[in-house]
Design a protein around this ligand. Structure first.
Ligand SMILES: O=C[C@H](O)[C@H](O)COP(=O)(O)O
Ligand SMILES: C=C(OP(=O)(O)O)C(=O)O
Length: 444
């Protein structure tokens, strides 16, 4: 495999790209990126592909989650630790309550670019370019901030490096030790019913660990966790500049993250995003919305995983709770009938977004759960494996999605609505989701 040039990719047509008005500045940023060391190693991407192979075979489950849009301001220890804490807590709940290995992937350390429905945003009588994520422009509503600036791609690189560095330290350095899981959520155990439920799993795990200790199992086994990074591979300049030939295998890897996915708005067959991700050896995903036909799905599999390697390709469906039970069965049936190896994951967020009367973009927790339930029902009926969930979440107690045990309503969204793009599950809602998904997994 060879790496396509940026010119070749742009010639194929690429949706949702920045408009850089200064080509010299863009070229300089791309050149700098080309000289930067890899953010992840090809061997790590291979490990993740193997683990996703287990998911495709029905032997493991994926938890993929993080912000809708990471921000440069959000690169600080508290924010990164809180996100890791909620992901690890969810993974513990899923692993313990459902007895299934969980592959942990953050929407982290690279999720800085956003596709948008509209190129512009209007406030009063002023219209400016829409915010497209910190990778492209600033959120502040001024012409200067909203201009597309290629220098930001270098900031994405540095922000991702800093985030990954801390994530690696937390997950390898002892913070993720199972024996410390009580401490992760001690602050909210007292005030939240879901916290108390979590604490009781923690007590059971302590007993199990004490037993294993007594029979001589190496305690270091529980000291670290494998954690992988992922983001939407949206901005061609960034992803292509970070695609490198691996010395070991001679294959191209996109070293900006372990797992890259193609979004619903950029999945044109023959388009630049499908082409770039068809050339890399990383495990890749593709979001499939309600207009995806079975023929499309088969064509994506041919393009993105021509060797039909288990773990190479993940289909992330995002139909919406109202549509999943109607649309998913035909897709799964035809893909299975064609012998295609794929991990199926549900994204129950992107098909369930609506605006409240008080003007907030939100999601109803029950709709999110209903889509996950529909996903499990369809796979159960067809005898296929519901391989995982992909969610937008944060480790903080924000008020962005309505519903859940805390019964948040539209009026509550005014309190802590902090996302710069789509609404995320807060910590309690995320843990609640993990308990409900664990039940669904157990019911199988
Ligand atoms: O996160 C996904 C998309 O970027 C987002 O849903 C688009 O939102 P918009 O419709 O407000 O542009
Ligand atoms: C844009 C996203 O989703 P989708 O492509 O499914 O709309 C996303 O996951 O950030």
């Amino acid at each position: 495999m060879s790496i396509p040039t940026l010119e070749e990719l742009h010639a194929l047509g690429a949706a949702q790209q920045p408009t850089y008005t200064n080509p010299a500045a863009r070229d300089a940023a791309v050149e700098r990126l080309r000289g930067m060391p890899p953010l992840v190693f090809a061997g790590e991407a291979d490990q993740l592909r193997e683990k996703l192979g287990a998911v495709a075979r029905g032997e493991a489950f994926v938890l993929q989650g993080g912000d809708c849009a990471e921000t440069f301001d959000g690169v600080n220890a508290d924010n990164i630790r809180n996100k890791l804490r909620v992901l690890l807590s969810m993974a513990v709940v899923l692993t313990y309550a459902a007895s299934v290995p969980v592959v942990k992937i953050g929407r982290m350390a690279g999720q800085y670019a956003k596709p948008r429905s509209s190129d512009t945003e209007t406030r009063g009588d002023v219209t400016l370019p829409a915010y497209r994520g910190d990778a492209v422009n600033g959120f502040e509503f001024t012409p200067e901030s909203r201009a597309h600036d290629p220098q930001r791609l270098l900031e994405v690189y540095h922000a991702s490096a800093a985030t990954l560095n801390l994530a690696r330290a937390f997950t390898q350095g002892g913070y993720a030790d199972l024996r410390k899981m009580h401490a992760w959520n001690s602050d909210f155990v007292r005030n939240s019913p879901v916290g108390a439920k979590y604490e009781s799993i923690g007590n059971e795990i302590d007993k199990a660990l004490a037993f294993m200790d007594a029979i001589g199992v190496d305690p270091d086994e529980f000291h670290t966790v494998d954690f992988y990074s992922s983001h939407e591979a949206l901005i061609l300049e960034y992803e292509q500049a970070l695609t490198r030939i691996d010395q070991r295998t001679g294959d191209p890897y996109d070293v900006s993250g372990h797992f890259l996915w193609i979004g619903e708005r950029t999945r044109q067959l023959g388009g630049a995003h499908v082409e770039l991700l068809s050339r890399i050896a990383n495990p890749v995903g593709i979001k499939l919305g309600p207009t995806t036909t079975p023929d499309d799905a088969l064509a994506y599999a041919r393009a993105l995983n021509p060797d039909n390697t288990p773990g190479k390709l993940t289909f992330v469906t995002r139909f919406g709770a109202a549509k999943i039970r109607d649309l998913l069965p035909e897709l799964v049936e035809k893909v299975r009938a064609a012998g295609v190896q794929v991990a199926w994951i549900t994204d129950p967020m992107h098909g369930n977004t609506f605006a409240t009367d008080n003007g907030y973009k939100t999601r109803e927790f029950d709709d999110v759960i209903d889509e996950v339930r529909g996903f499990f029902e369809v796979h159960r009926a067809l005898g296929t494996w519901p391989g995982g969930v992909h969610v937008e979440l944060t480790g903080d107690d924000v008020t962005e999605c309505v519903g859940g045990g805390g019964k948040l309503v539209a009026a509550d969204l005014t309190h802590r609505y902090e996302t710069l793009c789509d609404p995320r599950l807060n910590r309690a809602q995320s843990l609640e989701l993990a308990f409900l998904v664990a039940e669904m997994l157990r019911e199988r």
